[in-house]
Write a protein that binds this ligand. Structure first.
Ligand code: 3H9
Length: 710
């Protein structure tokens, strides 16, 4: 077999320098064809007597290996076929592990999934300390498990506890942490990666072998080093996984089983079990949905929401007006993610100081979690400044306002900012409901005005709604989208309409939760049912997190815009009046002790004006909450609020945690089938009123037997 085109090699002083550079692809990935290349290359290296050792690199600038080719999973039709794919991957890496000549890998860029499994099969791992160098086994996020020996080799290298922590969450570790964990043998500056890897290969050719010491001392020995300790580790992990996945995601439990089986019965048996479980998982509907989300998110990385987008302006200085919770969240995130200079402005200095301190907390948190160094923390903190005037805004390329959600206040701020910033600078409003064209109605340069709707808490929530008005210049749209990406967000460009996409579909859901409370459903019961459905929290907890005042305001705007079917639930009015605004005031539907959430406050039922009496059946509670949202989502898609079902689904998943394993509200609607949804909505409308009347879009799909996705 001749070496294939993905891998090339050259001999230097007895060391074969192999470069993996998949032609025509932005990243290296391991497909069936690549496996053949690897086999052929290694056969040639084995035969060549001049080759004493191998140094392996990627030819891509930012990735080492992104893993197995995910597109191949989509084509798998049976568990047996998927099991074979896994077993083939294992065989290949077994050959790499047993290769008679030593192999050192030089890792720069993403080293994920099958990529890390490959690196683990090699004798020595050097990694660059560049932020792009990240290592991990993210398979569970695709609904599968590391199926090329990762469930066996990682725990043997770093211990069961640390390996499970990575495998069961799919989290990806930066190179310095991977080094501390013992995954990487040497951490070096990117400029020296090649030389140091070559030197390691050379040393190994001369018979040298690295001595690895299991880290963690006595505790590690007690928990990882003996079967009894490991039993405890697995029991605890299993319990945690069950709580976290709620039984909706089978991959983490299966991965745990693969790891445990291998440690109990040896690597050979472990690999067998790993392949079987991989096979079962790869063809599940959950995995299909998660893979669809991966491709949708990837496609969104390149999508600016408009045809032929002009190049974005590079934002170096950001102005933030409003130093409250959202403003400081935006400021802190902008500094830590994008390294821009941020100037905050609020009405008085104490407020500014509070906002700056809150923004700094985001940096402190990163430092605490060792995501940035002390030096970086100091450098980034120096980028934050503020005042009670617009001083410093004259150099901003972008200003984001996060002031009180009131049209007049926002228009006034816009007027002041326009007077202070360069003509070319963009102005973004972080409004959650008010149409941008209304804010821009009073603007001198409406083409520079856009909406950038962040979600709370800004540092953690991955979605950004970008809302151009009809007059917004295309360059401002690209700038807002590109800047959102620099902040680590997934932006979706949505139509300028009240509530945009997220609040448009979330408000009927929240209102229905109020209706159900009024009908006697207990608060915890409703939350429990929706968590069981797959949401991270139930609707009542979400109201406490968002804040009842904010929710009431949103509900009011939406009712004014869309009328009767958005009638706010009367159950909530008493909450705001009595100051029970949720977590931020220390009391809402639930009680709070600092950051800790307590139980339901029984006094709340007095305010709502009902007592729990069971209410409708659980299935009907879920049905009402879900279908009212699906109906509004379908209607909004019909109006073009989102540009595609893909954007709508990603928005709902990233914006408020619509269960990822259901693929988003529109995929879920497709799965239920439009005819069934229409039938159920008609029955609900008969019983509970016109808010459930099925929208035209669903009726049309039902009539034509079509769906949102082809
Ligand atoms: C696995 O390894 C299973 C094994 O355990 C065992 C098997 C037996 N496959 O994201 P980007 C494409 S499972 C196919 O924009 P970035 C991506 O779709 C795998 N395609 O770049 C896009 O295509 P296009 C575990 C892939 O620099 C292009 O590459 N690995 C794969 O922002 C550029 O991607 C993962 O889950 C892949 N594995 O981020 C890692 N990876 O240009 C998944 C990328 O046509 N990948 N593509 O739209 C990532 O997390 C990011 O892509 C990465 C680069 C960080 C690597």
């Amino acid at each position: 077999m001749a070496p294939g085109p993905a891998l090339t090699w050259a001999l230097a002083d007895g060391i074969a320098v192999v470069t993996f550079d998949l032609p025509g692809e932005p990243v290296n990935k391991i497909s069936r064809a690549v496996k053949q290349d690897v086999l052929a290359t290694f056969e040639a290296l084995e035969r060549d007597a001049q080759v004493q050792a191998v140094a392996f690199f990627s030819g891509k600038p930012d990735t080492f290996i992104a893993g197995a080719d995910i597109e191949e999973f989509v084509t798998l039709t049976s568990a047996a076929e998927a099991e074979r794919l896994s077993a083939d991957g294992q065989d290949l890496l077994e050959r790499v592990a047993r290769f008679p000549k030593p192999i050192a890998v030089g890792i720069h860029g993403a080293c994920l999934g099958g990529g890390l499994e490959f690196a683990l099969a090699c004798g020595y791992r050097v990694a660059s300390d560049h932020p792009k160098t990240q290592l991990g086994l993210p398979e569970v996020q695709l609904g599968i498990l590391p199926g090329a020996g990762g469930c066996q080799r990682l725990p043997r290298l770093i211990g069961a506890r640390a390996a499970l922590d990575m495998i069961l969450t799919g989290k990806v570790e930066p190179a310095p942490r991977a080094f501390r964990l013992g995954i990487v043998d040497e951490l070096v500056h990117p400029a020296t990666l090649k030389d140091i890897t070559l030197a390691a290969a050379k040393r190994m050719a001369g018979g040298w072998r690295t001595k690895r010491r299991r880290r963690g001392g006595l505790v590690a020995w007690l928990l990882d080093g003996n079967p009894l300790g490991r039993q405890l580790v697995f029991r605890t992990a299993r319990k945690q996984v069950r709580v976290k996945t709620g039984g909706n995601y089978p991959a983490p439990l299966a991965a745990l089983e693969a790891v445990e089986h291998g440690l109990k019965h040896g690597i050979r048996e472990g690999l067998k079990r790993e392949a079987q479980l991989f096979g079962q998982l790869a063809v599940t509907d959950v995995s299909r949905k998660l893979v669809q989300i991966f491709f949708a998110t990837t496609a969104l990385k390149k999508d600016f929401g408009i045809p032929n987008p002009p190049p974005p302006v590079a934002v170096r200085r950001l102005g933030v007006v409003g130093a409250g919770f959202m403003g400081s969240g935006i400021a802190g995130t902008a500094v830590v993610q994008a390294g821009v200079d941020v100037r905050m402005k609020d009405a008085d200095l104490p407020r500014v100081a509070k906002g700056l301190a809150a923004a700094r907390e985001i940096l402190d948190d990163r430092l605490k979690r060792r995501r940035i160094t002390r030096y970086e923390h100091a450098r980034l903190a120096a980028l934050l400044s503020g005042g009670d005037t617009y001083a410093g805004f004259g150099r901003a390329e972008l200003v984001i306002e996060a002031v009180f959600e009131d049209l007049q206040v926002k228009q006034q701020v816009l007027g002041e900012v326009e007077a202070a910033i360069p003509e070319s600078a963009a102005f973004a409003s972080n409004t959650s409901t008010i149409p941008i064209h209304r804010i821009a109605a009073a603007a001198r340069r409406p083409e520079q005005v856009i909406g950038m709707h962040f979600f709370s808490p800004v540092a953690r929530m991955p979605l950004l709604e970008v809302i151009p008005s009809q007059r917004t210049a295309p360059g401002v749209i690209s700038t807002a989208v590109a800047f959102g990406r620099r902040l680590g967000k997934t932006p979706i460009v949505v139509q300028d309409s009240p509530g945009f996409w997220i609040n448009r579909i979330l408000t009927p859901y929240m209102n229905e939760a109020g209706q159900l409370l009024a009908a006697g459903v207990a608060i915890e019961e409703m939350d429990r049912l929706m968590v069981q459905f797959g949401f991270p929290v139930g609707p009542i907890t979400l109201l406490d997190e968002v804040g009842m005042d904010v929710a009431e305001k949103v509900a009011g705007v939406m009712y004014d815009a869309f009328g009767e079917r958005f009638t706010p639930s009367p159950a909530f009015a008493g909450m705001v009046k009595s100051g029970r605004l949720g977590r931020k005031t220390g009391k809402g539907f639930y009680t709070y002790d600092g950051a800790k959430k307590g139980g339901v406050d029984a006094a709340v039922y007095e305010l709502i004006g009902t007592q729990p009496n069971g209410g409708p059946r659980p299935a009907e509670i879920i049905q009402r909450l879900v279908l009212v949202m699906l109906n509004e989502a379908a209607r909004a898609v019909g109006e073009g609020i989102v540009r595609s079902p893909r954007d709508g689904d990603i928005g709902a998943i990233f914006g408020f945690g619509f269960p990822p394993f259901r693929g988003g509200p529109l995929r879920h609607a497709d799965d239920l089938g439009p005819a069934r949804i229409v039938g159920e909505l008609e029955r609900l409308a008969e019983r509970y009123g016109a808010r459930f009347a099925p929208c035209d879009v669903l009726q049309e799909h039902a009539r034509a037997n079509t769906k949102f996705y082809p």
